[in-house]
Design a protein around this ligand. Structure first.
Ligand code: ADP
Ligand code: ADP
Length: 225
């Protein structure tokens, strides 16, 4: 598996209606090795979500280059994306929400069961999202992202607006699943403690327009954090 490499010379949003044009990212470059969990840390508005959208291929309107991790069989890389809001389909069960993004030709049914069980959701596979607590919907979103066996996992403040113990539970769950199924992760947060708990490395963003101003390895074993 190759590295993720992204370089953004300039990402500018055009003026729309009342909002003037402005530069979201400038002179940004980062490389992430296969299997690394890297936290992007910075204040709100510094372009972290913009960068994730570029890496996900959702936004192609930037000056620069993007090289995604590639597997040996040369299929396009599978990307898991966990948004701030869980974005589950309310008219589908937990299981069907998870299966939605999967490729039946690649993934056996056993994977869904394994991930739901790891997330403590085995008993809720046939439930609809409205029956779940907020923390549980976040767990479903996490399971759904791992169910595509991602070559790259993008997470955009996935645990905000949860109470502290629930957020802590979810961070542990993320690490548990990720250690069992290692993949390259970009994890966006504005919480330094969260970044230290999760990251192999922390990339610190400047105030807008965003660029990476520090690249900090976290040289503490995870079980000691
Ligand atoms: P975050 O919580 O990550 O800071 P924002 O509140 O900046 O997110 O953005 C939420 C959503 O609104 C994003 O999808 C973003 O693309 C969009 N958005 C943010 N700012 C603007 C803007 N000035 N004009 C249009 N869309 C915007
Ligand atoms: P962060 O995730 O670090 O909070 P964002 O990437 O959401 O930052 O936003 C960076 C800047 O770009 C903000 O000023 C935001 O308002 C603006 N922005 C985000 N999305 C859009 C959009 N679709 N159109 C115009 N401006 C946007």
């Amino acid at each position: 598996m190759s590295d993720l490499a992204v370089r953004v010379a300039l990402k500018r949003y055009d003026a729309v209606a009342e909002a003037p044009a402005h530069v979201a990212l400038r002179d940004l470059a980062l490389t992430v090795r296969h299997g690394e969990l890297v936290c992007l840390l910075g204040p709100s508005g510094c372009g972290k979500s913009t960068l994730l959208n570029i890496v996900a291929g959702l936004d192609e309107r930037f000056e620069g280059s993007l090289s995604l991790p590639r597997s040996a069989d040369d299929r396009p890389p599978a990307i898991g994306y966990v948004f701030q809001e869980p974005r589950l389909l309310p008219w589908r069960t937990v299981r069907r929400n998870v299966e939605l993004a999967m490729d039946p030709a690649r993934h056996g049914a056993g994977l869904v069961e394994e991930l739901l069980a790891a997330a403590g959701l085995a008993g809720f596979a046939e439930a609809y999202p409205q029956r779940l607590s907020l923390g549980m919907t976040r767990r479903v979103a996490l399971v759904r992202a791992f169910a595509v066996e991602p070559d790259l996992l993008l997470m955009d403040e996935p645990f905000v607006s949860l109470d502290a113990p629930t957020a802590q539970q979810l961070r542990r769950l993320l690490l548990e699943i990720w250690q069992r199924r290692p993949t390259t992760v970009l994890f966006v947060t504005h919480d330094l403690r969260e970044a230290i708990q999760l990251g192999d490395r922390i990339l610190l963003f400047s105030p807008p327009p965003g660029r990476v101003v520090a690249d900090i390895p976290v040289a503490i074993p995870r079980d000691a954090r």
